[in-house]
Ligand binder design. Structure first.
Ligand SMILES: Nc1nc2c(c(=O)[nH]1)N[C@H]1C(S)=C(S)[C@@H](COP(=O)(O)OP(=O)(O)OC[C@H]3O[C@@H](n4cnc5c(=O)[nH]c(N)nc54)[C@H](O)[C@@H]3O)O[C@H]1N2
Ligand SMILES: Nc1nc2c(c(=O)[nH]1)N[C@H]1C(S)=C(S)[C@@H](COP(=O)(O)OP(=O)(O)OC[C@H]3O[C@@H](n4cnc5c(=O)[nH]c(N)nc54)[C@H](O)[C@@H]3O)O[C@H]1N2
Ligand code: SF4
Ligand SMILES: [Mo]
Length: 696
């Protein structure tokens, strides 16, 4: 046996948004070490713990290694091992049968957090098959901030931490745990070391909040009220960038008049932030030039996300921070194939009118179907029946709001195919399960189509188990069976070459380079204006009437009204050890965080007779779960913060049914959603907590 270790350079992926450059040590076909690459563009050698143990995802004895076909009733856990040929054939037959009987739109194509290039190949398959329905959690992840940005200023304004900034405003972002969009955690710390001030808006005292010059511990679900109040202060005290506002914004007078109602004194009782702190925060942000807002996922986790996102873009515009180095910029892609071309959007010219969500009047440019609307289509036939589902890289049974509804919808479908690494609660309901190859076992491109202005090479390091296929290959082979064969390649790796062709590079050359970055382009609006109908930043939306949108961001109410029966407020935050619902089965990760825990303030815990590590029942109007208490004063006495994504893979691996006991989405509800994106309340839910276990 060859004992020498060879080192392969690649990029981390599928553990968060990815981005750290890695050096992976390989002996034979086994990975022996993963370490940070000192030359990494985003990480300069650093990694997190889960990055270092990331190869452990590949070797679990219960990993899916063969295609499976359901042998008993749906979800019963009886499977028959089948060949790839049969798995593809059965899937193709079922998808075509549904298409023949109900139309192509009766198949939903399910994606999760975009993990790699397969996300876009899946959309291509939907388009080539003829279905407008790609179902994905974009309603609660990034689409709201991206699309609100595009409607307001013509682009998605991302925090620029690659150039010196004077202030970072982290708003509902726990970036030292989540390293959003690559290594923003590390870049932020570097900026702070170099003198940038830090302003944090978070109901929890996060690690970042501990380092902050000012921390606003707002009441969950009131970001829009707080941001509108900051706008009011900035106008009243004349702290805004007058030249910019005068020349490059539309609707300033209307917004100025409108925000008068949101003085710090008016807003303080609802946000729980003292008026003088709101004023200090507004001044700090307005006076630092440039300043960048890092907007976190929390603003996207309630029905008022459009108001929150719009208010934050207005703040950026007011203070002249749009498209300014060190502010919030339009990250331009390098010369690569445009996503629309790659996914063959031209095959579905009427997609935005035909997709399920069109019926619900969502905001233009939202091109995925919110899970709330997908389940209505499956269960009620609204606006038309949906009968089939093909999903990969996603675990809706755990990650969509209101898990019992998801279960009901999946039990109602005629046909389900799922690709995953492990038998998950979602895969366990499938008719066909495809065993997927994973990070390190295939060539892949990271960050494509995500608005970060970079793509990262993730070349293959080891061979997958013989019958585990990269998702792209699964889609490529299925595509040939259910759609015009000329849309598909002999070898799925050719998709990587397609993307890179405009750059003049092969994948091999790209892999040697590592990262391809677009040009830095600042203050583009000086030449061209903003890409909105008025050519200006639309503080007031000129298209509001046409698209039935609110012209001005507003605060009218809490996401869910207070309820005496449920006196506490439930929030959540991602774990630094896991990705959402993934990898509870990786032992090295599980040892770090063996059980789901809920943070509770010592005073509240004492009042309720709850001690550290006690099992507790967390309850909302919608359901009850068990997690363990972690008593900490980092949360407000009225707020508890629960763990997300929990199910228990240690049960019978053929039959993953415990998606109830500790899963936070037993506590959420898909019945009440924000109109623009179909977003449910995932955070800021009235709740209560007591010692005990839910009956199991
Ligand atoms: N209550 C509540 N719900 C939430 C959130 C929250 O904060 N609170 N967060 C939301 C957010 S922001 C998001 S993005 C979504 C995420 O929702 P999902 O994307 O559905 O969740 P994940 O756990 O990231 O991924 C699910 C599955 O992908 C599989 N997987 C990983 N890599 C591969 C691969 O290479 N191939 C295949 N075929 N499968 C793979 C994993 O094994 C896992 O089972 O959840 C949302 N849901
Ligand atoms: N380790 C790890 N990294 C990840 C992920 C993961 O699952 N695990 N997921 C990836 C994905 S898909 C995403 S979208 C990102 C998300 O990354 P983040 O944007 O950091 O999202 P969260 O962890 O959901 O929440 C961030 C913060 O919001 C706070 N918060 C809760 N409610 C409110 C509120 O009402 N208002 C405000 N202002 N703050 C509130 C929480 O206390 C928390 O500190 O992370 C990515 N990175
Ligand atoms: S921070 Fe994210 S990209 Fe970096 S090593 Fe950890 S999981 Fe990988
Ligand atoms: Mo996300």
């Amino acid at each position: 046996m060859d004992e020498t270790v060879r080192w392969v350079r690649t990029h981390c992926g599928r553990l968060d948004h990815g981005g750290c450059a890695l050096q992976v040590g390989v002996r034979g076909n086994a990975i022996v070490e993963v370490r940070g690459d000192p030359q990494g563009y985003l990480n300069r050698g650093s990694t997190c713990y889960k990055g270092r143990v990331s190869a452990d995802r590949l070797t679990h004895p219960e990993r899916l290694r063969h295609p499976l076909k359901r042998a008993g009733k749906r979800g019963e856990g009886k499977w028959r091992r089948i060949s790839w040929e049969e798995a593809l054939q059965v899937t193709a037959e079922n998808l075509l049968k549904i298409k023949g009987e109900h139309g192509a739109r009766a198949v939903g194509f399910g994606a999760g957090m975009p993990k790699g290039l397969e996300h876009f190949v899946l959309i291509r398959l939907a388009n080539c098959f003829g279905s407008p329905n790609v179902v994905a959690p974009q309603d609660v992840c990034h689409a709201p901030r991206e699309i609100s940005g595009v409607h307001t200023c013509g682009f998605y304004p991302v925090a620029d931490l690659h150039h010196p900034t004077r202030l970072i405003l982290a708003w509902g972002s726990n970036l030292l745990s989540t390293n959003e969009e690559g290594q923003i955690g590390r870049l932020a710390l570097e900026q702070i070391r170099n003198g940038a001030r830090l302003l944090v808006v978070d109901p929890r005292r996060t690690e970042l909040a501990e380092r902050a010059h000012l921390w606003l511990q707002l009441r969950p679900g009131t970001s829009h009220a707080l941001a509108l109040s900051m706008l009011q202060v900035i106008i009243e005290e004349s702290l805004y960038d007058k030249d910019f506002v005068e020349q490059h914004t539309y609707g300033f007078e209307d917004l100025a008049e409108h925000v008068k109602q949101y003085s710090p004194e008016c807003v303080s009782p609802v946000t729980w932030v003292a008026p003088d702190l709101i004023r200090r925060a507004a001044r700090m942000y307005a006076e630092a030039k440039p300043a960048s807002i890092l907007w976190g996922n929390a603003i996207e986790h309630n029905v008022h996300v459009f108001d929150a996102a719009r208010s934050l873009v207005c703040l950026m515009a007011f203070c002249g921070n749009l498209e300014v180095a060190g502010g919030n910029i339009h990250a331009h892609d390098p010369p690569i194939m445009k996503p629309g071309e790659f996914v063959r959007a031209d095959r579905m010219p009427n997609k935005s009118r035909e997709m399920i969500s069109a019926y619900h009047g969502v905001i233009p440019r939202l091109m995925t179907v919110a899970p709330a609307y997908f389940r209505r289509a499956v269960l009620e036939g609204v606006p038309y029946p949906v009968k089939g589902y093909l999903g990969m890289c996603t675990n809706p049974m755990v990650t969509w709001a209101e898990s019992p509804l998801t279960h009901k919808a999946f039990m109602h479908l005629d046909f389900i195919a799922v690709a995953d690494l492990f038998m998950t609660p979602t895969a366990s309901l499938a008719d066909i399960v495809f065993p997927a190859a994973h990070q390190f076992e295939m060539n892949d491109i990271g960050h494509y189509g995500l608005g970060h202005g970079i793509i990262a090479a993730r070349p293959k390091v080891v061979d997958p188990p013989p019958e585990c296929w990269p998702d792209m290959k699964i889609l490529n082979e299925l595509g040939k069976r259910v759609s015009p064969a000329e849309e598909w390649h002999d070898d799925a790796d050719m998709f990587l070459e397609d993307i890179l062709r405009p750059s003049g590079m092969t994948f091999q050359e790209f892999a040697e380079l590592g990262i391809l970055k677009g040009p830095d382009r600042f203050l583009y609006w000086r030449e061209k204006g903003f890409r909105t109908p008025t050519g200006k930043v639309e503080l007031r939306l000129s298209t509001a009437e046409k698209f039935h949108l609110k012209a001005l961001p507003e605060f009218k109410s809490l996401p869910e009204e207070d309820d005496e029966e449920f006196p506490l407020v439930l929030i959540s935050a991602k774990s630094r050890h896991y990705l959402h619902s993934s990898y509870r089965w990786v032992e090295t990760l599980r040892r770090k965080e063996p059980e789901p825990t809920v943070e509770i303030h010592p005073r509240t815990a004492a009042d309720l007779g709850i001690a550290e590590n006690d099992p507790v029942i967390i309850e909302t109007k919608h359901g009850a779960i068990t997690q363990r208490a972690r008593v900490t004063d980092s949360v407000h006495p009225r707020v508890i913060c629960a763990a997300i994504g929990w199910w228990f893979p240690e049960g019978d691996a053929s039959r993953q049914v415990d998606w109830r006991t500790s899963n936070i989405n037993m506590l959420t509800c898909a019945g009440n959603v924000g109109k623009e994106f179909g977003t449910p309340n995932l955070k800021s839910l009235p709740c209560r907590i007591r010692r005990g276990h839910v009956p199991g």
